[in-house]
Structures are given as C-alpha cells and as structure tokens.
Design a protein around this ligand. Structure first.
Ligand code: MIC
Ligand code: SF4
Length: 643
C-alpha cells in the first residue's frame, strides 16, 4: 500500500520502534531549533548531558521572545545562549533577526527533513514539507546530542482542499475553519496532511500559516506536499538546491478525511478565549475594536504585511484603535522598508514593533480594561495578552486591517479588494545576524557566560510503590500551559529560575496554589480533558515538580505536556472511567497504590480516603517512558544510557 507524506518521512528517519498506530517510535532528527524563553533551560540541560558538540545536521538558537530587556535577566540569558551555542556548535540568530519559525522557514527548513523545536509552533516548517514537531526543551537537548525523538506513531488526517480562496479571504480563514470543525483537541495523536487541487494555489507562507496554527488542534504536526510552489519559494530564498519533490502516493490510506472548499470560505474569527471558538466575522455584529495587533509566527510574512499596507495606504487608522505591527523577520522588515510599504504603514498610524513575538506572548501591548483586541496571532487564552478581562479575537491580516479603518469588526469581503500581492522572485537575503559556531579547532576555548538568574533544576522524588498525599488543585477541561505557567513580560525573564517562577503557577486559576503546595510538602493535581494544551514550555512540568507535585491525574493529556511530565519525572495518570473525575475534591487525601508495577503494566489504583471511593487509573506510557520515570526523569535516564 502507498504511503502518505508523513509516513514517508517517518520511515526514512525511524531509529526505534514499529510504524504501527499508537506504538512509540523514535525518530532521527536532522534539525533543531530553540527560542530564548525555552532555550536557556534546553542548553542547561544539554550541558548537563556532557556531550561537547551537537550531532544534528543543523541546530539554530533564536532570540525572539524575551526581547523586552527590563532588568538584566533577559540580556544575561541571551549572552548565555550566544556563548554556549558558539561552543557546542549551534547557530545563533541574534535579537532583531526575527521570530524563530518565520526565519527558519525562510532560511533553513527543508522538505523531507525532520525538525524538532522547543516551541509548539515548530510545525510552521510543515508548510515547506518538513516533518516539524514541537517538543519540550529536554527532548530538543537529547536530539541535539544525537538521541532519537519519540512520538506515538500518529494517525493521519487528510484535509483535501478544493477550489481557490476568494479575494480578501486568506490562509488564516482556512485554519480557523479546520479549528471550527475539529476543535482544540481534535488533532491529538494525529498528523494533519494537506492535499487536493487547492494546495497549488497557496504560497509557502500561506501554507505555513496553516501548519503553524495546526498546533492549536493539538496535532503532532501538519504538513503540505513539496511541489513547484515550494521550489519557487526556495529559489527566491537563494536555496533551490534544498528542494526535493514530496507527495503522498496515490493509493495512500488515511485514518480520517475532511474536504474544505476554499471557494466558499468566508472571513472567520476565533472568539475569546479559545482558538476553536470560531465564528464568521459577519455574525459578530457591530463590535467596537480597541486594538489591532498584526504579526506573530502565524501571520507576519512579506505577503501578509504587504496586503495590510495596501489596505491602509493613504488612510488613517481610526483614532479609537491602537494598531501595532511586528514584522516576522528582518527579511520582511527590510523588504517593506525598501519598497515603501513600511512608510505607508507608518503614515497610516501603525506603531512598528521590532521583529519578535512581542504582544503575542504578552511582551507589551496589553489591551485596555475589557478591551477588544483583534490579533493575527494563534492563541487567545484568557489572560495571555496581559489584560485578564480583555477579549482577544484571532483573525486574518485582512480582517485586522479592515477593523483599523472602521474602528469596528468588519468583514473584509465587504470592502473593495486590494490587488493580490505577488510572491517576490527574489527575497532580500542577508544572514549576517546569524552568528556561526566556533570551529572544531576553536570551540574548547569559548567561555560560557552565565548570569545570576540561572538557578539549579528541581529533582524528582524517588518513585515508591504507595504514595498518600492531598489533591492540591482541581481544574477543568482544556487547561493550557499558559494557565499552569503563565508567560508575559514580568514572568518570562525568570525562565531559568524555577523557584521564582513557582510563585506564579496557576495564577489565573487559583493564586493560592503555590503557597498551598509548598506548605503541604507534596501532592497531586486533578485535571479534565486535554490537560496541558498549548505551549511546549517544560516549565509547566518543572515548576509543579518544584512545588512537590508527584502525579497529575487527568481525563486526558495534550501530547507535548504529557511528554514533559514524564521527562520531569511526574506521573501522568488518566481516569480509566472519566466519570471518576467527579469523585475527587480539592483537599481530599488520595492514596495511589501499585505504582512500581503500574508504570510498567499501565494500571495504578487510587483510593480517596476522604470518601472511601476507589478506582483504577491508567498510566498510558511506553516501556521507555516507564524507565525514564524510574530514573527520576529524562536527564538522569540519558546520563545513565550514555555511561
Ligand atoms: C507560545 O506561543 O506560547 C510560546 C511562548 O511560543 C511557547 C513557548 C514558551 O512558552 O516559551 C510555545 O508555543 O511553545
Ligand atoms: Fe512567538 Fe507567539 Fe509564535 Fe509563540 S505563538 S513563537 S509567542 S509569535
């Protein structure tokens, strides 16, 4: 039988395991990327493994998240990352060079290669035909050291695109439609593959918008074929030699199929506070808009910003709207500045931010109280913007620009269409902001510079057969890693200081939780379905570990977070019967028994001493993950393996 695109790439990179649905497979990783908010931890972990030089074909460290240098912490972390990268063989993309996913797509991603990144939007490179997966920092560290990256062998969802987009409807509307249909948990355990005649009408950056926000489906990754459009993009980036054609075999079999007719799509918006709360823009009524933010790894490409510039040219942003624009990369910003589009944006009243994540991760530009903010980003979780009662709507660049003009949410198809932006035949290429690592002859002399904000990593408690501890927190469905470990400009600088971060754990849900956990000397968290969705930040596991959490008991888990819990040495347990979730309340004393056998055979018993209820929990982890838990986490396990 024929193979799908992802199946072909997996088969060519299989290091361990069998290609069979649900089984764990270990993949050889060609490329890695890190960003600064997860990178400091990832390189500390790499260092602790004791491998002098990275073994991947290419590894890149980007500085794009923590660029607001309010205090010494971020600048210290950047210096640490720069110096350690120089030593261990990683390229360093300097602050100002752009958002990791945008720059990686432009300069490094290749069809047919595997890429893992310590950022959940790494699947952006699926737009060029890479098998690109978001992972925890420790998994990226292991891959840099030449180790396999493990995923459950995925199911494949085929999304067949028919027809072509109408003017002023864009790639963002395609992925919002997919989110509307599949939901934020619809992609868990699956790879989404795009095909059909509609693919050829989408440029690589448009495809990348779709694979980027595929992260919000909970999918392992999303991928497009590599075709003549891909070749033209690579040629325009001066690297046609990286092109290979890649497509599914005609007789490939898929686990699910979905058909989307691009011609009948309309502008959509993801309404507060979830990316799958999607509604047609025209159904939102007369809604006043206070802020518009354009940028992020989802929608800040050259064509996105040229479209916005064309819509705003010669006009003025409504006086009640604040418009902020963060171009995705220095390449984009340079091209806009050379062709005059930047001047058009500035003349219209846009506030131009540096090429970085910026408002997407709460680095400034928090909306006003109860404000309505339209953003071309990918996440609108409660509080992520920095204003708890703000309503963030995720929209296309066209819908964002339309609101700038009227001050109200406006369906852009009701405006006169602007001429479609041509993809350039030659992008502006200048890699002088990518610092190369030291040579084999020189690297030993490089000194790694660290700041005082780097604190030791927490250690997992030894696994015992019976654990009796209280339920320290009970939360509902779809808890994101932003709930567990918030980001934003005040907290992000402490990503290498777990004791300080701990003060903010679950701040949005229950600000008393950290103090309660520290006083209790250990306990459990109980969660609903899709616990830990969203960001890849391993801090959402390391901080609970520091606070004494020994197991998270949930209805189900998101993929990256479950792996991060195992890597940290915390048990991820699922209710065998989801109805048992109701049998636990905050503060109940819970006893887990049969843990040592249970991590191997998949079942652990829970007795709630407060009400006498007893029921089984599933411990759905692989034999390798059981060994990781028994070693007290992946770092110990990897050190033992490398002895
Ligand atoms: C995000 O979009 O939430 C982030 C910030 O890029 C995270 C990584 C992090 O928390 O550092 C992600 O998506 O993985
Ligand atoms: Fe940065 Fe936002 Fe993309 Fe995360 S989603 S990498 S914060 S731009």
């Amino acid at each position: 039988m024929g193979q799908t695109i992802a199946q072909k790439i997996i088969a060519a990179h299989l290091m361990d395991g069998e290609a069979k649905a649900g089984a764990e497979v270990g993949l050889r990783i060609d490329q890695t990327l890190t960003q600064d908010a997860t990178g400091t931890m990832a390189y500390l972990e790499y260092e602790a493994m004791g491998i002098p030089r990275v073994k991947t074909e290419l590894s890149v460290a980007y500085i794009d998240h923590n660029t607001l240098q309010n205090g010494f912490m971020n600048a210290d972390d950047h210096r640490f990352i720069r110096t350690i990268c120089k030593k261990i063989g990683v390229r360093y993309s300097r602050p100002g060079n752009g958002i990791c996913h945008q720059v990686h797509l432009e300069r490094f991603a290749k069809p047919g290669k595997t890429l893992i990144g310590s950022d959940s939007h790494t699947p952006t490179a699926g737009g060029i035909g890479s098998l690109a997966i978001g992972a925890g920092g420790l998994d990226v560290a292991v891959a840099m050291g030449g180790g396999a990256y493990y995923i459950p062998y995925p199911k494949i969802v085929h999304i067949v695109l028919k027809g072509a987009l109408r003017p002023m409807v864009s790639a963002k509307d395609i992925i919002l439609e997919v989110l509307r249909l599949l939901s934020v948990k619809g992609g868990v355990g699956k790879i989404v593959e795009y095909g059909g005649e509609g693919v050829a009408s989408l440029s690589v950056p448009q495809r990348a918008t779709i694979t980027n926000m595929g992260a919000e489906l909970g999918a392992t990754t999303s991928i497009f074929p590599s075709d003549e459009v891909t070749r033209a993009f690579l040629r325009a980036q001066g690297r046609e030699e990286d092109y290979i054609p890649l497509d599914a075999d005609p007789d490939a079999a898929y686990d699910e199929e979905l058909v989307i007719n691009l011609s009948s799509l309309q502008p959509l918006a993801a309404c507060p506070h979830m990316p799958d709360n999607v509604k047609p823009v025209k159904e939102l009524g007369l809604m006043k808009v206070d802020q518009v933010c354009i940028g992020s790894c989802t929608n800040s490409s050259y064509t996105d910003l040229m479209t916005v510039a064309a819509m705003l040219k010669g006009k003025t942003v409504d006086p009640t709207v604040s418009l902020a624009i963060a171009p995705g990369s220095r390449q984009v910003l340079t091209m806009l500045s050379k062709n005059g589009a930047l001047a058009d944006l500035i003349a219209a009243g846009a506030r131009i931010l540096e090429s970085a994540c910026g408002p997407c991760i709460g680095m400034g530009q928090s909306p006003n109280s109860a404000g309505v903010s339209l953003r071309t980003f990918n996440r609108n979780f409660e509080g992520r913007s920095g204003t708890k009662d703000a309503g963030v709507y995720l929209v296309s660049p066209e819908t964002a620009a339309a609101a700038c003009l009227s001050g109200y949410i406006t369906d852009p198809t009701t405006l006169p269409p602007v001429a479609p932006v041509e993809m350039p035949s030659q992008f502006e290429i200048n890699d002088n902001m990518i610092d190369l690592p030291a040579s084999e002859a020189e690297y030993e002399k490089v000194e790694i510079l660290r700041g005082p904000n780097i604190k030791p990593l927490p250690k997992a408690a030894e696994l015992s057969n019976v654990v009796s501890l209280p339920c320290l927190l009970k939360v509902g469905d779809n808890i994101t890693t932003d709930h567990i470990m918030p980001a934003g400009s005040k907290i992000l600088p402490y990503r290498s200081n777990i004791p300080h971060l701990a003060n903010f754990c679950f701040e949005v849900c229950d600000p008393e939780f950290p103090a309660r956990a520290l006083a209790a000397d250990g306990g459990f968290i109980v969660g609903g379905a899709n616990y830990g969705q969203g960001s890849s930040r391993e801090h959402a596991a390391l901080v609970p570990l520091y606070l004494g959490i020994r197991a998270v008991i949930a209805v189900s888990f998101a993929r990256i977070h479950k792996a991060n819990l195992v890597n940290a040495g915390i048990l991820p347990l699922e209710f065998a019967d989801p109805a048992d979730y109701e049998k636990i309340s905050l503060g109940d004393e819970l006893e887990l028994t049969g843990i040592l056998d249970g991590v191997e055979n998949g079942s652990i018993r829970l007795t709630n001493k407060a009400n006498g209820e007893t029921f089984p929990l599933q411990c759905a982890i692989s034999a390798r993950q059981a060994a990781v838990i028994k070693s007290g986490g992946l770092l110990n396990y990897t050190r033992e393996q490398n002895k």
